[in-house]
Design a binder for this molecule. Structure first.
Ligand code: GLU
Length: 418
């Protein structure tokens, strides 16, 4: 491999004195969507930052940036990241975000009293590609609760620990055609799918049922910490308490499932509902959620750490469910028009997954009559009108939409599940 600094010197537009300055390097990172805090380039960046003179190209220097992911930097320098013209892409996303921001229709969810207090004007969009290129627009540092965007992850954790056959002995795989919290089960007396409330509670019942409730929450939280690289990641106790006090429908559903013996024997109903509400109350921002979405888009592997958080078969199952059950009773229309696996939650969060390319999250609390974020849905429509991201756009010859990606040549490093 060529000396990294030599390549940087060759690729970057250095200043008139042929100096590689930290400002130039940071500008280059920004242009490519790489955060300056990205651990893959951190030692190299620190080295460049601390160098006061022209950086000589001595191979010995390599030791000074040990810990840098050289393979990644080489690809970055060679414009081999999945979105090579990232600033072009970012400009389009900014334009769509601004258009969508002017839509003030809808209203915030009020059946969970604490959610009524949210400022409906807040709006954020975050992107994270499978190569860890990031972009944030708007209130991306403001926390909100996951609500139903927790469900695909609870489903994935249940699949990892219990296997598909066992999980689907307890949960169906069909859209329900009913509201997400309707007190109803399928003909077999099971939740219709893992992404509505009954299925969400069932997934919670299947996660480490033999452990204490605090350990089970700990397991779920640790997965979210890996997905988001955010620590600590905690639940919002005000939202949790507020939902717990008013969760009559969820209790009704859980009692119905208990009565018809849908749960595995020995399931503690109270603990299950409590764990479910806590996972819905976990706090993230759009940047965190986009990072989690990028892991899903990347087949279960974190783009930044290369850790294998979920197996690719788990992700395949999860994406399949998201493709037809993720957007409440609008899922069919969404699959038809937008064609991207997605999940929304009543906090106004929407998570979009473009497999092998990127995760996108939108947060805006005003909801439509289905319970989806109004701006989130509009954003998704505008996105796939402009880019060839619909699942089946590849079938359209001479598709007039923009294709911002390049085919990935480098095989991914796979590590064992930790
Ligand atoms: N915690 C909410 C409930 O159980 C989640 C609903 C949602 O976001 O779809 O009603």
């Amino acid at each position: 491999m060529k000396n990294l600094l030599e390549t940087i010197h060759n690729r970057l537009n250095l200043n008139q004195n042929n100096l590689l300055t930290i400002d130039l390097f940071d500008e280059f990172l920004k242009e490519n969507g790489i955060a300056i805090s990205d651990t893959r380039i951190k030692p190299l960046r620190t080295y460049i930052k601390n160098a006061t003179e022209f950086i000589s190209l001595q191979p010995k220097m390599d030791a000074l940036y040990t810990g840098t992911n050289e393979q990644f930097v080489q690809r970055l320098l060679e414009k081999q990241l999945i979105i090579p013209e990232f600033s072009f892409f970012r400009d389009h996303i900014t334009e769509i975000s601004k258009e969508v921001q002017s839509n003030c229709n809808g209203k915030v969810a009020d059946y969970i009293p604490e959610l009524k207090n949210i400022d409906p004007n807040q709006f954020a969009v975050s992107i994270c590609t499978v190569d860890g290129q990031v972009f944030n627009f708007g209130d991306h540092e403001t926390d909100f609760c996951l609500q139903s965007t927790a469900k695909p992850i609870n489903y994935a954790i249940a699949l990892e620990s219990q296997g598909e056959t066992y999980v689907h002995k307890h949960i169906g795989r069909e859209p329900s055609g009913k509201r997400f919290n309707e007190v109803t089960l399928n003909d077999q007396g099971l939740p219709h799918n893992p992404l509505i409330n009954a299925g969400g509670m069932m997934c919670c019942a299947l996660i480490e049922p033999e452990s204490s409730s605090s350990l089970r929450l700990d397991t779920i939280t640790k997965v979210w910490q890996q997905l988001t690289r955010r620590k600590p990641l905690v639940y919002d106790s005000a939202v949790y308490k507020s939902e717990k006090l008013t969760a009559h429908r969820n209790y009704a559903l859980a009692h119905l499932m208990k009565e018809v013996e849908a749960f595995p024997t020995d399931t503690d109903l109270e603990e299950t509902v409590d764990l479910y509400i806590k996972t819905c109350s976990l706090k993230v921002n759009t940047a965190n959620l986009a990072s989690a979405a990028a892991v899903i888009a990347n087949g279960g592997i974190c783009p930044f750490t290369h850790k294998h958080i979920f197996s690719n078969t788990t992700i395949k199952d999860c994406l399949t469910m998201m493709s037809f059950c993720g957007m409440y009773d609008f899922s069919g229309e969404f699959a038809f028009k937008v064609g991207i696996p997605a999940k929304s939650g009543v906090s106004g969060a929407v998570m979009l997954i473009i497999p092998n390319l990127m995760g996108i999250t939108i947060w805006s609390p005003n909801l439509d009559s289905f319970g989806n974020s109004v701006r989130g849905v509009e954003f998704a429509h505008k996105l796939t009108e402009r880019f060839n991201f619909h699942n089946f756009d590849s079938l359209i010859g001479n598709c007039p939409k923009i294709n911002p990606r390049i085919r990935k040549k480098v095989s991914k490093v796979k590590e064992t599940i930790d």
